[in-house]
Design a binder for this molecule. Sequence first.
Ligand SMILES: NC(=O)c1ccc[n+]([C@@H]2O[C@H](COP(=O)([O-])OP(=O)(O)OC[C@H]3O[C@@H](n4cnc5c(N)ncnc54)[C@H](OP(=O)(O)O)[C@@H]3O)[C@@H](O)[C@H]2O)c1
Length: 340
Amino acid sequence: MTSITTKQIRLAKRPKGMPEKSDFEWNKMALENPDTGEVLLKTLYVSVDPYMRGRMSDSKSYVKPYEVGKMITGGVIAEVIDSKSSDLQKGDVVIGDLGWQTYHLVPENQLRKINPEQAPISTHLGVLGMPGMTAYFGLLDIGKPKEGETVVVSGAAGAVGTVVGQIAKIAGAKVVGIAGTQEKINYLKNDLHFDEVVNYKSENFRDELKQACQDGIDVYYDNVGGEVSDSVLRLINKGARIPVCGQISLYNLEKPDLGPRIQSQLLINSALMKGFIVSDYGAHFEEAIQDLAKWLNEGRLTYRETVVEGFNNIPDAFLGLFKGENIGKYIVKVADREVN
Ligand SMILES: NC(=O)c1ccc[n+]([C@@H]2O[C@H](COP(=O)([O-])OP(=O)(O)OC[C@H]3O[C@@H](n4cnc5c(N)ncnc54)[C@H](OP(=O)(O)O)[C@@H]3O)[C@@H](O)[C@H]2O)c1
């Protein structure tokens, strides 16, 4: 095979506040042919995720920051188009933590093969992938919802939130979602059968939330933090559990956020608040995927994806996460499979 030129998207500079298109730059690079144990991949789908914003800053976190001038990396689904691997063949579909680029030359051991017969391949970036597992472990291991309890989830119409709400329904809980548009509210109520959904942008958000949670709140799955979470935490019941999954409302702040001090709320309610990173559960990923796939096949779990097409649109899709553009998992489709 003659050598291939890949397009890449790199971090041009560290964003200040809300990221902008000018924080990214485009590059082209020739890739060698694969050597023993390597494969050449063509990108099919690229995931855009809120955690990437954290990696664009240089503050200490659970993963290393992206380097300025280097390619952005994240979840990618790709097709093997040339192989010197004994495990992977031309036409196989794989997932990996790869770069924002159109082609990749990578060692076989950085990839996991996915089964295109199990479900549409893009679901491995969403409901059967990292966000689905984040919902599964945060809710079931920390939230531990019981039948008849009230579970509140913020960021409810997103990749994680939609799965949280549906697993909570499977557990027999009353589910209250918090989201930012009427279209999202309609989707959560009509398609996912959430019991109540409240718009956090409403002037009467606090009253509407209280009205929706007449028995108080037993589990609060926190995806957004900030003022939304301040309002939720006022309503927790004794013994409440609060998985802290994300704080998207704070990711673009230029100064630290000052909010109510919540320890008294936790103390008087004997409540548990616990942060987690999905990789903490790495040893149990297979169990989660099996349960999620089973619920999907049984029709007890459904999903939606917001898919934009075109490699060059990846930064815009990423920025769209902070504007609430997506319902369900936000994905960029880069190319069709060559072998079907
Ligand atoms: N702990 C972990 O291992 C882990 C793993 C994956 C994700 N996460 C976290 O989980 C959360 C959800 O991630 P996701 O992938 O499912 O993203 P997502 O919910 O699919 O997309 C982001 C959504 O957040 C909402 N949002 C944006 N800015 C907001 C703001 N200022 N205040 C309130 N809501 C805002 C928007 O919906 P609206 O229209 O409703 O505003 C947007 O659609 C994020 O905080 C992410 O960092 C954590």
